[in-house]
Design a protein around this ligand. Structure first.
Ligand SMILES: [Zn+2]
Length: 114
């Protein structure tokens, strides 16, 4: 189903932004401005490393320091997973956007149908 542009009301010039973006040749000036939000290469490496060090301290007898590090690892893990969520939401929003080639504007269709 086609979406009418909210600006000019034409539907025939409206394309999905991601399709339009992918069809642009590399090096086109527009390409970078329509680029999708960076999908953060979220890494659980840091919290895992902190957790490993914490576990080492627990085994080694420094339980308080070790548990503290495990706590820090838990908090870091939560921060990382929140960042992953946000990146996913931003990406989903980008994928819903439409582009009017007549007006050169981006918009999100109201009805959500595609
Ligand atoms: Zn338009």
């Amino acid at each position: 189903m086609a979406h009418a542009c909210p600006n000019c009301g034409m539907a025939e010039q409206v394309v999905k932004l991601d399709h339009y973006y992918l069809a642009l040749p590399d090096g086109n000036g527009l390409k970078s401005s329509f680029a999708p939000p960076a999908t953060r290469a979220a890494s659980y490496g840091a919290p895992l490393a902190v957790a490993a060090v914490g576990a080492f301290f627990v085994i080694d007898g420094s339980a308080v320091l070790g548990l503290l590090l495990l706590l820090v690892a838990g908090v870091l893990g939560m921060v990382v997973s929140r960042g992953v969520d946000e990146a996913r939401r931003a990406r989903a929003y980008w994928e819903r956007q439409m582009f009017c080639r007549h007006c050169a504007i981006r918009f999100v269709p109201e009805d959500g149908a595609s």
